[in-house]
Design a protein around this ligand. Structure first.
Ligand code: PGA
Length: 260
């Protein structure tokens, strides 16, 4: 696992955008796994900026989002369909038919989940999966206790996640209790993983995910089993990392790392 510590959330976003741009430059028809939440917002803004400057083309890109709330219509302001459209897709040149986001309103979840997994396989698998991390250590909505070989399915959100996400809704009771989410196994099948985290609220989860034991109690720790995982954190989110000096030493010596 590569751990990159950056000073600010903006630096974190730029470093993550470089990872995505490298993949798209090498493979213009790459399949990207997308994440929602406040953390990847800066990354999406950076990708949009590169696109507007003519440096990134999404016309052959296919995307698969990690998750969606169950029960919210796609037009709901807090649905992940809306989030992705407003913050990313409407600003780039990706063909709409190449965008995949789990449905939170299907009347047959098992069939939909099986179809979603098949679509990912049909597209050739995910080349790069962007990930955030929950303060309870989740990746996507794989809450504590999720099988580390799980596939796309329905999950019940943890109390911690509902509390964390209540800030986006008028009332805590409005936060959906269920979500449809790629599984940990689905995520581990991606060829590359890039996990971003910022702020002191993520420091404990990052320390557990990067340096703790691999456990379904912290599903982000499963990325330790992936051969091409990069964790990009800002200073505050790195606060609990015991090996931080070592990660910084490695990154400083990396030929492609920008020297500031
Ligand atoms: P956040 O969510 O970026 O809004 O903190 C991250 C997550 O829950 O995966």
């Amino acid at each position: 696992m590569e751990v990159i510590v950056q000073k600010t959330p903006a630096d974190m976003s730029r470093a993550a955008a470089r990872e995505v741009a490298n993949v798209l430059n090498a493979k213009p028809n790459a399949v990207l796994g997308m994440a929602t939440g406040s953390t990847p917002l800066g990354l999406y803004q950076e990708l949009v900026r590169l696109h507007k400057r003519g440096e990134l083309d999404f016309s052959h890109v296919t995307t698969f989002n990690l998750d969606e709330y169950v029960g919210l219509p796609i037009t709901h302001p807090q649905s992940y369909h809306q989030f992705m459209h407003e913050n990313f897709f409407r600003h780039i040149n990706i063909p709409p038919q190449n965008i995949h986001i789990p449905s939170g309103t299907t009347n047959n979840y098992p069939a939909f989940c099986a179809w979603y997994e098949q679509r990912i396989r049909d597209a050739g698998g995910i080349d790069l999966q962007i990930l955030g991390i929950g303060s309870d250590g989740h990746i996507a909505f794989n809450e504590p206790g999720s099988s580390l070989s799980s596939r796309t399915r329905l999950k019940t959100l943890s109390k911690q996640t509902i509390d964390d996400n209540a800030r986006f809704f008028e009332r805590r009771d409005d936060v959906p209790v269920y979500a449809i989410t790629m599984g940990v196994g689905t995520i581990l099948d991606a060829r590359r993983l890039v996990l971003v985290a910022s702020g002191k609220g993520k420091a404990k989860a990052i320390a557990q995910a990067v340096e703790g034991p691999v456990t379904s109690m912290v599903t982000a720790s499963a990325i330790q089993m992936h051969r091409e995982a990069t964790v990009i954190v800002d200073d505050a989110a790195a606060a609990g990392l015991e090996m931080r000096d070592y990660y910084e030493f490695i990154y400083a010596a990396k030929p492609s790392a920008p020297k500031s």
